[in-house]
Design a protein around this ligand. Structure first.
Ligand SMILES: Cc1cc2nc3c(=O)[nH]c(=O)nc-3n(C[C@H](O)[C@H](O)[C@H](O)COP(=O)(O)OP(=O)(O)OC[C@H]3O[C@@H](n4cnc5c(N)ncnc54)[C@H](O)[C@@H]3O)c2cc1C
Length: 154
């Protein structure tokens, strides 16, 4: 699924580092601080074949329009933009675990739009599963259900 983001200069006087991530409830557009600038994305999930993905002009224009409509930001030039692919499986949850049929093949995929934020936790789950050790206590206490993540659950 393709997602596009733009990065624009913050309005002068705005303490960007103090900004929270701002988004609508559920899926949708969001903006957040990005190294002293502001990053915005429509949060779109456009199905595309695997490829070296590039941002589409229309997605950049729609994102810029959303930002100008919902904030005091006015864009005076074309924003810096990039697009990336995120992989999903049918239930939208990640897949973490050994393949049920291919011996010693381990799946760690399907992080969707949250792969950066989930990376530390998924890495610790993976380490425990690969080494055959118990889940770290804090992850077990948080109620992480390995069955909900295992390959072959569909
Ligand atoms: C615009 C945008 C904004 C996002 N914002 C957030 C966010 O705020 N927070 C968050 O948590 N997540 C965010 N994500 C999602 C996050 O980036 C992904 O979930 C994460 O990058 C997935 O990590 P990965 O290592 O599984 O895959 P990727 O980061 O996609 O890495 C896969 C790598 O494999 C390479 N590759 C693919 N095919 C082959 C091949 N055949 N041979 C060799 N190499 C290959 C690719 O070039 C790529 O480098 C965002 C994604 C996008 C696109």
């Amino acid at each position: 699924m393709r997602r596009t983001a733009i990065v624009v200069d913050a309005p002068s006087g705005l303490a960007v580092e103090a900004l929270p991530l701002v988004e609508y409830v559920g899926e949708g557009p969001y903006l957040k601080p990005e190294a002293g600038a502001i990053m915005a994305s429509l949060g779109e999930e456009t199905p595309v074949p695997p490829q070296d993905i590039q941002p589409e002009e229309m997605d950049i224009a729609l994102t810029a329009d959303w930002l100008e409509t919902h904030t005091h930001i006015t864009l005076k030039r074309a924003p810096r933009a990039w697009a990336g692919l995120r992989s999903f499986v049918a239930d939208g949850a990640p897949v973490v675990g050994f393949d049920p049929t291919a011996e010693n093949f381990f799946w760690l995929i399907g992080q969707g739009g949250y792969g950066i934020m989930m990376a530390p936790t998924l890495a610790r789950l993976t380490a425990a599963l690969v080494t055959g050790t118990p889940l770290p206590p804090d992850l077990a206490a948080a109620g992480i259900d390995l069955a909900a993540l295992r390959p072959g659950r569909f």
